[in-house]
Design a binder for this molecule. Structure first.
Ligand code: F6P
Length: 550
């Protein structure tokens, strides 16, 4: 295939961009009373309002043509059919099977994988229920009160984000902890708060070789044995989730305590697999299944909805429009829900590890932008940190504003004072980013404050806002397991859609692997007694400096 930026639909989009790039959304809204009606999607309780974006009907049609020219529909079929689209690792990307609540057969190498998926789900159900009911106990007979998930990247971010988001559904009897960083502070501080007799460690690692996870797991094991003084205790206090059974058994974890998953589940798409065990224990299997249901709903929507009504596709095309044509290189995700405060960091891995690539599927260097720098923070905290730049900075940052209509917490006047204020801020931000404030409006406002002419003249430019800053609003009823499943799956498919159009493999992560490889070379150098040479002068000196001062 010719590179996508040489395709005819890209060229047409470029001409359209040159013609429309200066149009202000304020004018689009005043000319078209139906703008909201035309540029929103209602899917069940999800409202996606994308009218505050710098697009017209024509833009949308042209972007859809681009997706078609990139054979998006064909790639989507291949994803669902389990083709080995992750060709650099010779793997399928079948996370959709993990939440296939229809239970219709999904074939992998000619064999239905649903029986195995269901087998592990049943194992998770039984285990999590037994932990919650206190049937599975610690070595000394105490009930499990703390679960510590030891994992990193996809084996940490999804479960940690979800347990935080779904706290209202969590049991009060068990506290979930997540240890990921190899910085000893992470595990040490967690262990300080845990009682060895009532702590269950979940070692979550697809490969069971990841340096951070294995180091933390061995330290946890040492800590446990220091208190319980019997190797047998490992059986009661450690379970593993991995595709590498041999390494798990070598660690000392019982065969029955291994939860299997498969090569066709990518790390950053694994929260739906046994990697979700901590979620299951914390919120219960029924709620975990609701999470899967939500994602399954979106899988069907993504497969079936026409492209102009397809939420992941629309989000993907908007992102592409900004990165590739306006050259807005960052994207903010701004959840107005404290429970979703980890959602931006979760999405950073999902998006940037998937689409941060400069080589296309044909092995050629790409000459257009791919994945954006994704960042964010929960509202309203972000408003008092970086929103100034979003309003008046020299960078334009397209943003997703995400908010549940109802809060789990009844607090303040009438029980909804806090949430009303939150909603008001959410709406006010998207409105002001879009509208801005003209010079005239700013100066009029100052005049009303009875300021003198000179002060008005001096302050007016500072109080002027260009506006025309794009945002998409995603609203849903309540942050419950089903809606969270839907929200995550929307972003997963958005990322996939963009990867298809950019002609990249969204499912490998060679950059991360490279970092791991070099860390393995540096570590022995920190131990060897002689002066290190052989790297560049900066690296040699950094190694020697730390060695001398350690
Ligand atoms: O961050 C890179 C990565 O390979 C992710 O894809 C994965 O989620 C993470 O490391 C952890 O890997 P593992 O589950 O094998 O320990």
């Amino acid at each position: 295939m010719a590179t996508i930026n040489k395709s005819s639909s890209w060229k047409i989009l470029n001409t359209h961009f040159e013609k429309t790039k200066s149009i202000h959304m304020r004018d689009l809204f005043s000319k078209d009373m139906n703008r909201f009606k035309n540029f929103h999607i209602q899917y069940e309780d999800f409202l996606v309002d994308f009218s505050k974006n710098r697009i017209t009907d024509e833009t949308l049609n042209l972007l859809i043509n681009l997706a078609k020219e990139a054979k998006f529909e064909n790639w989507r079929d291949r994803l669902f059919a389990g083709d080995k689209i992750n060709f650099t690792e010779n793997r399928s990307a079948l996370h959709i099977a993990l939440r296939n609540r229809s239970n219709n057969p999904i074939l992998f190498n000619g064999k239905d994988i649903m029986p195995n998926v269901n087998k592990v789900l049943n194992q998770m159900k039984e285990f999590s229920e037994n932990v919650r009911k206190g049937k599975i106990k610690g070595y000394t007979g105490k009930k499990i009160k703390s679960i510590v998930n030891i994992g990193i990247g996809g084996s940490d971010l999804g479960p940690a984000m979800i347990c935080k988001a779904l706290k209202p559904y969590g049991t009060n009897e068990i506290t979930p902890y997540f240890v990921s960083n190899v910085d000893g502070a992470d595990i040490a501080q967690t262990l300080d708060t845990c009682d060895p007799e009532s702590t269950l460690f979940i070692v979550a690692s697809k490969t069971f070789t990841t340096q951070e996870t294995m180091t933390n797991a061995y330290s946890a094991r040492t800590w446990l044995l220091k208190y319980l003084k019997d190797q047998e205790a490992i059986k009661n206090h450690f379970v593993a989730i991995s595709t590498n059974q041999i390494a798990v058994e070598k660690f000392g974890i019982n065969k029955e305590n291994i939860f299997e998953f498969w090569d066709w589940v990518g790390g950053r798409y694994s929260l739906w697999s046994a990697i979700g065990l901590s979620i299951c224990i914390y919120i219960g299997m029924e709620n975990f299944k609701e999470l899967l249901e939500g994602a399954h709903d979106i899988d069907n929507h993504f497969k079936e909805a026409p492209l102009n009504k397809n939420i992941p596709v629309i989000l993907a095309l908007l992102g592409l429009w900004y990165i590739n044509f306006f050259k807005f290189n960052t994207h903010a995700v701004l959840p107005y829900d404290q429970g979703l405060s980890l959602f931006p960091s979760y999405l950073q891995q999902a998006d940037m590890e998937s689409n941060g690539k400069f080589i296309d599927r044909d092995g050629k260097k790409i000459s257009y932008h791919t994945g954006p720098i994704l960042w964010g923070e929960s509202g309203t905290n972000g408003q008092h940190a970086f929103y100034q730049l979003i309003h008046q900075g020299t960078e334009v940052v397209p943003s997703d504003f995400i908010m549940p209509i109802h809060s789990h917490y009844s607090i303040g006047k009438n029980g909804n004072e806090h949430h009303k204020i939150l909603i008001a801020n959410f709406i006010a931000q998207t409105q002001s980013l879009m509208m801005g404030k003209t010079n005239k409006e700013a100066s009029l406002e100052l005049k009303k404050q009875n300021l003198n002419q000179e002060t008005i003249k001096q302050l007016t430019p500072h109080k002027t806002f260009e506006g025309n800053r794009p945002s998409t609003s995603i609203l849903f009823n309540k942050l419950d397991p089903k809606s969270l499943g839907r929200l995550i799956a929307i972003y997963e498919h958005k990322i996939f859609t963009q990867g298809v159009i950019w002609n990249i493999n969204s499912f490998d992560q060679w950059g991360v692997e490279y970092g791991k490889q070099i860390a393995k070379l540096v570590l022995p150098k920190l131990i060897e007694p002689i002066e290190t040479s052989g790297f560049d002068s900066s690296t040699n000196n950094l190694i020697n400096y730390t060695k001398k001062n350690i």
